[in-house]
Design a protein around this ligand. Structure first.
Ligand SMILES: Cc1cc2nc3c(=O)[nH]c(=O)nc-3n(C[C@H](O)[C@H](O)[C@H](O)COP(=O)(O)O)c2cc1C
Length: 195
């Protein structure tokens, strides 16, 4: 079900503002947090802005490696998304356990950067941080460049989402606050009007 997405189509995965899971690995230790705030900012190469709070363990890991992955969770992963967004990997006992182990989250290795990617998600973007020392110091925002993208072809193929109700459990999550999510449920095809 998983297939590469052309980098030219990578921004489409985030066009509609889905909540993502930010995964990292540093010194052999993985981590995962939820992020409602990410958006495409450049087409070619595909670049994204993502907000990672300075207090998070994720932030510490990204600062060490300059890499992160965005995983797109679906309706079936609402509990997982809220959970990894509610506890810190900093609290896990060293060195054996991380959030993946603690909550039984299966992962596979990203093809370009070797980042841990979450099984059961419907889209995956491996990204390198674009070094912006001033921005990183002043804000919680990172600018990253997508170096590999892939999708679950049941809901995203040929650069297009197919949220037509065939796989409702695979539709994206959109955080409304306090663990309440809207699910992308319906699409409508806009047409250019005759002027
Ligand atoms: C649905 C959801 C969305 C969130 N969005 C963001 C976000 O966009 N940016 C951010 O810094 N934290 C966000 N958070 C909070 C982090 O996920 C949370 O602080 C997490 O525990 C950090 O984990 P870590 O310390 O292991 O990195 C969100 C939490 C939830 C539940």
């Amino acid at each position: 079900m998983r297939a590469p997405v052309q980098l030219a189509h990578a921004s489409r995965l985030l066009n509609h503002g889905p909540t993502v899971l930010v995964s990292t690995i540093a010194g052999g230790r993985r981590n995962l947090m939820a992020a409602a705030w990410s958006m495409p900012v450049e087409f070619t190469p595909p670049r994204i802005a993502v907000v990672v709070d300075k207090n998070t363990y994720t932030r510490e890991q990204v600062a060490k490696t300059g890499m992160l992955a965005l995983n797109l969770p679906c309706r079936a992963l609402a509990d997982l998304t809220y959970t990894v967004g509610s506890v810190s990997g900093r609290d896990d006992p060293m060195p054996a356990e991380d959030k993946f182990d603690r909550y039984g989250i299966a992962s596979f290795t990203g093809p370009a950067l070797g980042l841990p990617l979450v099984e059961g998600c419907i889209g995956w973007l491996e990204c390198r941080v674009i070094a912006e020392p001033h921005t990183e110091q002043a804000y919680d925002t990172f600018f990253v460049e997508v170096v590999s993208a892939s999708s679950d072809t049941r809901v995203f193929a040929n650069g297009r989402w197919m949220m037509d109700g065939r796989h409702p459990e695979l539709h994206t999550l959109h955080h409304l606050g306090a663990g309440l999510f809207a699910v992308a449920a319906e699409t409508v095809q806009g047409r250019v009007m005759a002027g």
